[in-house]
Design a protein around this ligand. Structure first.
Ligand SMILES: *Cc1c(COP(=O)(O)O)cnc(C)c1O
Ligand code: SF4
Length: 333
C-alpha cells in the first residue's frame, strides 16, 4: 500500500455515502457532462425518484448519454407508457405472505423483505410498486416472521431481501440474526444485495464481523448487470467477502440496450469470475409497469444464451430464467 499523503483526508463511511447519493437528474447529467438533449427525455414527476451513489456514477462514461450504467438509473419519459401485459405486482407476491414481509413460495427457502430502501433505484425493478410500508416486517413484525420460521421445519434457508437488506445498519442486522440462532433447521443464510456493487464501502470491517459471527453458511447473491459496474473498489469488496468464507453468486437482469449482446454478457461473466463470483441467474425482465422499454424478447434471449454457451465454460453461463406466478421455483426459459 502506498501511504496516504494527506493524513487528514476524510474518507466517508458507507452511511454518509448513502446519504449523499445523487437524487436529481440535473445533478447527475452535470456530473457526467451530458447535455440533457443527449439523453432520452427525463421523467420529471414520479414516485420512484432517481437515486444513485456517487461511487456508481464514477463508473459511468462521461459525456455518454447511452452509458449502460446511466440507462439503469435515469428516469425517462417512456416509463409512463402503459404497456399491455405489464402490471404493478407481476409476481403476485402479495398473495404469498404467511406473515408481513415473509415470502414462502418455494420449498425449502423463505424470503424476508427487511426494508424497502435501496442504495440505488434501478428503473426496471419489479419492486418499484411494492407497498413496502404495509409489507415491511420492520422491527415490530420480525417476531411474526421468526415465529413462522420456527414452526416451519421445511425452511432450511432464509433469504434476506428487500429493498436491499444491507442498507440496514449492522446493529439492525444483528438484532435479526440473534433471534435466528435458536432455529436449528436453518442451515443457510442467503443475502440478496446490490450494495457490494453500487456502494462497495458497505463491505467494511463491521459487516465482515457480522458475517463471520453467523453459525450457518452465508451465501451472497450480488446483482451486477454490466462489466463496467466492476471496478477495483468492487473487486476489493468482493475479495473481502470471499476471504470471510461467503459463497458469492451473481444475478443479472437481461436489459435492452444495456447488456443484450453476447460480448457484454461474456465479459460480465469473466469479470465476475476474476472477482471470485459465479454467475447464477440471468433473469428475463419481470413485466412491471414502467419497464417495458427494457424488455428483450424471449426468442432473442434464447439466442444470447446459446451464444454464451459457445463462448464460455459451462460454469460461467448463468441460467436464463423467468418468474412465472404460481410456479414452485424460477422457470428456465
Ligand atoms: C427468487 C426467490 C427465491 C429464491 O429462489 P432460488 O431459485 O433458490 O434462487 C425464494 N423465494 C422467493 C419468493 C423468490 O422470489
Ligand atoms: S431491489 Fe434491487 S433491482 Fe430493485 S431497485 Fe433495489 S437494488 Fe435495484
Amino acid at each position: 500500500m502506498i501511504p496516504r499523503i494527506q493524513p487528514a483526508e476524510h474518507r466517508p463511511g458507507w452511511q454518509e455515502q448513502l446519504a449523499s447519493a445523487v437524487r436529481s437528474v440535473d445533478e447527475l447529467l452535470q456530473l457526467l457532462h451530458i447535455e440533457p438533449s443527449a439523453t432520452a427525455t427525463p421523467l420529471l414527476q414520479h414516485d420512484f425518484p432517481l437515486r444513485v451513489p456517487h461511487s456508481f456514477v464514477q463508473r459511468m462514461v462521461h459525456g455518454d448519454g447511452q452509458d449502460p450504467l446511466l440507462l439503469q438509473v435515469l428516469p425517462v419519459a417512456e416509463e409512463s407508457n402503459q404497456a399491455a401485459g405489464f402490471s404493478s405486482d407481476p409476481l403476485e407476491e402479495l398473495g404469498a405472505m404467511p406473515s408481513p414481509g415473509l415470502l414462502h413460495k418455494y420449498p425449502g427457502r423463505a424470503l424476508l423483505t427487511l426494508t424497502g430502501a435501496c442504495a440505488v433505484h434501478c428503473r426496471y425493478c419489479f419492486r418499484r410498486h411494492f407497498p413496502y410500508t404495509d409489507a415491511n416486517p420492520g422491527n415490530g413484525h420480525w417476531q411474526a416472521a421468526i415465529d413462522y420460521l420456527e414452526k416451519t421445519a421445511d425452511v432450511s434457508e432464509l433469504i434476506l431481501s428487500g429493498g436491499d437488506p444491507l442498507t440496514l445498519s449492522d446493529a439492525r442486522l444483528y438484532s435479526l440474526t440473534d433471534r435466528l440462532k435458536d432455529i436449528q433447521h436453518l442451515r443457510t443464510l442467503r443475502i440478496h444485495t446490490r450494495l457490494p456493487v453500487v456502494l462497495p464501502a458497505r463491505v467494511d470491517d463491521g459487516l465482515i464481523e457480522w458475517i463471520t459471527s453467523q453459525p450457518v453458511r452465508v451465501v451472497m447473491v450480488i446483482h451486477c448487470n454490466h462489466p463496467n459496474e466492476i471496478d477495483d473498489s468492487v473487486i476489493a469488496a468482493l475479495d473481502k467477502l470471499g476471504a470471510a468464507g461467503v459463497t458469492l453468486l451473481n444475478q443479472s437482469v437481461l436489459l435492452r440496450n444495456i447488456n443484450d449482446n453476447v460480448a457484454t454478457l461474456t465479459r460480465l461473466s469473466q469479470r465476475l469470475f476474476a472477482a471470485g463470483v459465479l454467475p447464477y441467474y440471468l433473469h428475463q425482465l419481470d413485466r412491471v409497469q414502467g419497464a417495458a422499454h427494457f424488455e428483450v424478447d424471449i426468442k432473442r434471449a434464447r439466442i444470447l444464451e446459446s451464444g454464451l454457451r459457445a463462448a464460455l465454460p459451462g460454469y460461467l453461463v448463468p441460467r436464463l430464467v423467468q418468474e412465472v406466478p404460481g410456479e414452485p421455483g424460477k422457470t428456465p426459459v
